[in-house]
Design a protein around this ligand. Structure first.
Ligand code: NAD
Length: 505
């Protein structure tokens, strides 16, 4: 990604542009404008106008547009995957996989918005028995989405599809490393809605993202690093703009003594190395019961044979997309080894200029930076533990709390419940991301708010409560005409209802 000044055809004012580069080769993939504050404000104003139309469609009408968009994406999946492959460097198959999951989410959000958000009756309670109470979830208006580069389709789509299905229009600021993918997504929906500004893209660097935070959008959904997330929240606070923060993680995969070690090793390897380890919900730490530690290591090293990073079609691991991450990965590996970690695969020499070869370290000191901070590279730190209690304790000894996995035949669910994180897969890895009904998001420094599922739909709405009086109340409570007799009857009623003899022993 490099920024330059380019004159805009037909005007005297130069428009700043930047290039997105292929991280495997350094070749220019595309040139995009850097949207100024005025450009962002104009996009939000257009989105607000369009929100009148989009937000007032019925759920069924919106679903029809979104399902048509889903079909367009499906038919053009190879085209989008190729663009994502060029901008991120990830293998074509991996690029396709994240689009597949995103398509499924669009379909789920479109088909379920009515049931989850539409008006429904709720009980009014004995004190208010004369009332007919309803609740519905109304769209907020315009939602701003700021996305990262590591899953340039799947990740922002978790906000975009759910915000749109809930009746909002969206202004999307994709990562400066993947602007082409963002523009492609907006163009394809714009085609379906006949040119209306339902989903617009503003390309640019951090400043463009900052402009979106201060543009007066009704909610801002941010996915990226915790460091930027804090800046986004601070900017949004100025206008009391609510935010969702989907930030980083330091997820662990726990292997119990009764686990299927072949499957656990396969999951740890893929969870840690796929997408060159640049996955927020990727496996970074592995805790293995000491009774099966040696067998697990034999298994994972055998499965890792032949796994390598490269630009050729035989390489299952692509380049590091963001060049500055190379130094972070190097520091984490060096620090762990310098503090006494054993090298099982790769190591200090694994870090190249554009590619990092798979690296597996064991007996990694818990205080090394690779155990406490997100590495975002094709590395795994695998440590033996004496018990599942220790595995849970170490897993939870992090400021993050995004996701994780547990492999155990008997105790999977029990261990999963003890992990302080937003999502856990038992006997699989990252599976929750593909279950559209499950909420996606973290706790602690991994952020807050949820995308996906019913929670993800509600996230982009406000609850509207209406209660309608059906008949005159037997006791008039909300009036100065209330008399002492009514007060006495209310006191008796509340005692009857809630004054029971419950005592805690
Ligand atoms: P980043 O924080 O560098 O950038 C994210 C986005 O924020 C980009 O579009 C960037 O241009 C924009 N931005 C930068 N400065 C800004 C500012 N001051 N105001 C507003 N926007 C600004 O993150 P990244 O390197 O693109 O993404 C990697 C990170 O994202 C990792 O930490 C990863 O774990 C996290 N991530 C989290 C999830 C999740 O769902 N929790 C998913 C994918 C990635």
């Amino acid at each position: 990604m490099t920024a330059t000044l380019e004159p805009t055809a037909g005007t005297d004012a130069p428009t700043e542009t930047f290039d997105s580069l292929n991280p495997a080769t350094g070749d220019v993939v595309g040139t995009h404008p850097i949207a100024s504050k005025a450009d962002v404000d104009a996009a939000v104003a257009r989105a607000r106008d369009t929100a009148d139309w989009w937000g007032n469609l019925s759920f069924d009408e919106r679903a029809e547009y979104l399902l048509t968009w889903r079909s367009v994406l499906t038919r053009r999946i190879a085209q989008l995957a190729e663009l994502s492959h060029r901008e991120t460097g990830k293998p074509h198959g991996d690029a396709q996989l994240e689009i597949v999951l995103a398509i499924d989410h669009i379909a789920w959000a479109a088909k379920h918005a009515k049931k989850v958000l539409g008006p429904h009756k709720v009980k009014s309670g004995l004190l208010m028995a004369n009332q007919a109470a309803t609740v519905e979830y109304r769209s907020l208006g315009v939602v701003g989405v700021i996305g990262p580069w590591n899953y340039p389709v799947f990740t922002p789509m978790g906000s975009i599809a759910y915000a749109l299905a809930a009746g909002n229009t969206v202004v999307f600021k994709p990562s400066e490393y993947t602007p082409g993918v963002g523009q492609w997504l907006a163009d394809s929906l714009t085609e379906v809605v006949h040119g209306r500004a339902v989903l617009q893209v503003v390309t640019g660097l951090g400043e463009t993202g900052n402009a979106l935070c201060t543009s007066g959008v009704d909610k801002l959904a941010f996915t990226g690093s915790g460091r930027t997330g804090k800046k986004v929240m601070a900017e949004c606070a100025e206008n009391l703009t609510p935010v969702i923060i989907e930030a980083g993680g330091k997820d662990s995969l726990i292997v119990d003594e009764d686990a299927n070690l072949t499957k656990a090793a396969e999951a740890a390897l893929w969870g840690g190395m796929s997408n060159a380890g640049q996955t927020c919900i990727g496996t970074e730490r592995v805790y293995v019961h000491e009774r099966v530690f040696d067998s697990f290591m034999t298994e994972i090293l055998s499965q890792a044979k032949g796994l390598r990073a490269g630009a050729d079609s035989g390489a299952k691991i692509g380049p590091i997309t963001m060049p500055s991450q190379i130094d972070v990965i190097r520091t984490h590996i060096d620090d762990a080894i310098d503090k006494g970690a054993h090298v099982a695969l790769g190591g200090k020499d694994a870090v190249g200029d554009r590619f990092v070869q798979p690296t597996i370290l064991t007996h990694v000191p818990e205080d090394s930076v690779g155990m406490t901070e997100e590495t975002f590279g094709p590395t795994l730190a695998i440590n033996p533990v004496a018990s599942m209690d220790e595995a849970v304790e170490l897993t939870n000894a992090t400021s993050y709390g995004l996701a994780g996995a547990v492999f155990s035949k008997k105790r999977g669910m029990e261990i999963a419940k003890r992990i302080r994180s937003g999502m856990t897969s038992v006997n699989s890895v990252i599976a929750f991301a593909g279950v559209p009904t499950l909420p996606f998001g973290g706790v602690g420094e991994s952020g807050f708010g949820r995308i996906h599922g019913p929670d993800g739909l509600k996230e982009f709405t406000y609850a509207k409560a209406i209660t309608r009086q059906k008949y005159r109340p037997p006791m008039l409570l909300t009036s100065f005409a209330r008399d002492p007799k009514t007060d006495a009857r209310v006191a008796s009623l509340i005692t009857l209802l809630h004054g029971g003899k419950k005592t805690i022993k």
